[in-house]
Design a binder for this molecule. Structure first.
Ligand code: APR
Length: 237
């Protein structure tokens, strides 16, 4: 990215996808070799239909993902974003990720568009629990209802508050940086466009090309996010 864009900007918003957490050890969804959806059909394990009609495989899939976010941790990319926020260089994070790693690294003002694997809730009464409660036994609420991860499943609406915050942040940004997303899932993939249409500079850092590259002021492919952010941090010194 041009040396002083981060310094020059008044309101920088960072938008992240699963590529932000692969350097922590978590798989993304659509990378050619390691993507989760290369091995599993999301409609069979990550949809409302799967929750209702394929409960055993659904629970097994999400127990593995909950264990993953407990076993792994934020990487240097998450830490740079948190550091830059403390330095006033980043104002907010819009994430599609459900691992909670931005908050664990110290970022605030994080809009979790697709919910979080750090929490589960009762399908009957809505009571929320830490996701450890989901890891063994029948994973039931004290009311007897079944617990489910507090993530957005295919076929569900996005939670209103994070969506509204993300829209407000995208409209306010004068620098909008996409990190590690194929930008293939709507409505999340519309936020870079909203920012661009509201006058922001758009930077996309993603190993592979995305459908929105042509709208970007700068695109960085075939490099790891951690290494790119480390380089930018060096420019800021
Ligand atoms: N550095 C840079 N880019 C990376 C890295 C990395 N270390 N690791 C992976 N990538 C890139 C991949 O090339 C890929 O294009 O990150 C992108 C991740 O894209 P997806 O796997 O499609 O993940 P994401 O865009 O977050 O998916 C959006 O889809 O299934 C739903 O709810 C799920 O939130 C997810 C949504």
């Amino acid at each position: 990215m041009k040396k002083n864009w981060l310094n020059e900007a008044n309101y920088t918003v960072v938008f992240t996808g699963a590529g932000m957490s692969t350097e922590s050890g978590l798989p993304d969804f659509r990378s050619a070799n390691q993507g989760l959806w290369q091995q599993k059909d999301p409609s069979q394990v990550a949809s409302v239909q799967a929750l209702n009609d394929n409960a055993e495989e659904f629970i097994d899939f999400y127990r593995k993902r909950v264990l993953g976010v407990k076993e792994f941790e934020p990487n240097k990319g998450h830490r740079y974003l948190a550091q830059w926020q403390k330095q006033g260089l980043v104002q907010s994070i819009i994430t599609q990720n459900v691992d909670g790693f931005h908050q664990q690294a110290g970022s605030e003002n994080v809009a979790e568009l697709h919910g979080t694997l750090q929490k589960v809730h009762c399908q009957s009464c809505g009571t929320s629990y830490n996701s450890e409660e989901f890891l063994d036994g029948e994973a039931r609420c004290t009311c007897g209802g079944l617990l489910r991860p507090s993530v957005v499943l295919f076929g569900e609406m996005l939670p209103g508050d994070p969506f509204d915050m993300a829209l407000q942040e995208a409209e306010r940004a004068d620098l909008f940086i996409v990190l590690g997303s194929s930008l293939s899932v709507s409505p999340a993939n519309q936020f870079p466009l909203v920012a661009k249409e509201n006058g922001a500079r758009l930077v996309i850092v993603n190993r592979e090309s995305t459908p929105f590259d042509d709208y970007a002021d700068e695109v960085i492919h075939e490099r790891n996010i951690g290494e790119v952010l480390e380089e930018w941090d060096g420019l800021l010194k």
